[in-house]
Write a protein of this length. Structure first.
Length: 320
């Protein structure tokens, strides 16, 4: 009898301990943010700015882990297959590996992940190497047409090539893609004059344009960027329909409880209302701080899908 009672006591203690663990409020251990690109990416910069504030209010550590490769699909698939407990999240721009832009091994975030919050929105821009003797877009087009060989543009993700195809369709600019594995490598290539042109997101080019290391030909936004008042918009140089932005968001594995998703969304939104974060987002990354509901991120994603689907048709783009 004594042995039976001891076993029952051990079982009761174990059940009570398990219940106490399950009852602990989220989060009760470090949260992992999975990135799809090498360290130093613009997604990481935006993510760290936001999560540094989230850690203060959540009283929990948030760590970043890189799983680079395949335009971010390795990281996205890792998160999609992770436990839906809120401790493994994907951060990045999920349109770049959507089926409309990537034929093989693609991930559709709308179906395969759960939206948490839209963190930032930053416009694309066209940059030229300082070795190219053109101070504006019209001069660039004229210069390119006189060259015996096409100009070279750095290309790391499908959106780079698709955007260049759209620019070429409207302006006649001739440029051939030179593939790279990451956006960081593309920026290094144009800084080193390995390529003549780059389509990049504001986070990646802002400081370099300000420092005169590369030349900003135009930004793909409705208005000029305050940090780059001398760089015209695409509309100002004669291009139509070129208001393109890169949206960075946080996504969770499918099946993550709604209350956890909502808590993460609320924390991210609060962080993006901190004045210092808003200012830093603009000055360092040329991006607008958003901080949306899960539904807001889903809307941004669907808007991007519609735009790129139509753009791919107009440019006769075929994903590889």
């Amino acid at each position: 009898m004594n042995r039976l009672m001891r076993r029952i006591a051990v079982l009761v203690a174990l059940l009570m301990s398990t219940g106490a663990t399950l009852a602990q409020p989220y989060p009760n251990k470090p949260i992992r943010i999975i990135l799809g690109f090498a360290p130093g990416s613009v997604q990481e910069g935006v993510g760290r700015l936001v999560t540094n504030e989230m850690m203060k209010t959540m009283n929990q550590t948030i760590v970043f882990e890189v799983k680079a490769g395949a335009n971010g699909t390795i990281a996205a698939k890792f998160v999609a297959g992770s436990a839906p407990d809120g401790y493994t999240l994907f951060l990045g721009n999920t349109i770049i590996f959507h089926p409309v832009l990537m034929a093989n091994n693609s991930v559709d975030a709308v179906k395969d992940l759960v939206p948490v919050s839209h963190l930032s929105s930053a416009p694309y821009g066209l940059l030229a190497s300082t070795r190219v003797p053109a101070t504006n877009f019209a001069e660039l087009v004229a210069y390119a047409k006189k060259q015996p060989q096409p100009l070279r543009h750095g290309n790391a993700v499908p959106t780079n090539e698709l955007t260049m195809q759209m620019i070429r369709a409207q302006s006649g600019l001739v440029a051939e893609p030179i593939p790279y594995k990451s956006t960081a490598q593309v920026m290094a290539a144009i800084l080193g004059s390995e390529v003549d042109l780059v389509v990049a997101v504001a986070q990646g080019y802002l400081a370099n344009v300000q420092a005169g290391k590369v030349r900003g030909l135009f930004v793909m936004s409705a208005k000029r960027l305050p940090p780059l008042p001398d760089v015209p918009t695409a509309a100002e140089v004669g291009l139509k329909g070129f208001e393109l932005a890169s949206n960075v968001g946080i996504w969770a594995p499918p099946g993550t409880p709604r209350e956890i998703v909502q808590k993460l969304s609320n924390e991210a939104s609060a962080a993006l209302k901190v004045p210092a974060v808003v200012e830093r987002m603009q000055s360092a990354f040329g991006a607008q701080a958003v901080g949306s509901t899960p539904e807001g991120l889903l809307k941004a994603q669907n808007d991007e899908i519609r735009f790129w689907t139509e753009a791919a048709k107009l440019a006769n783009f075929r994903p590889e």
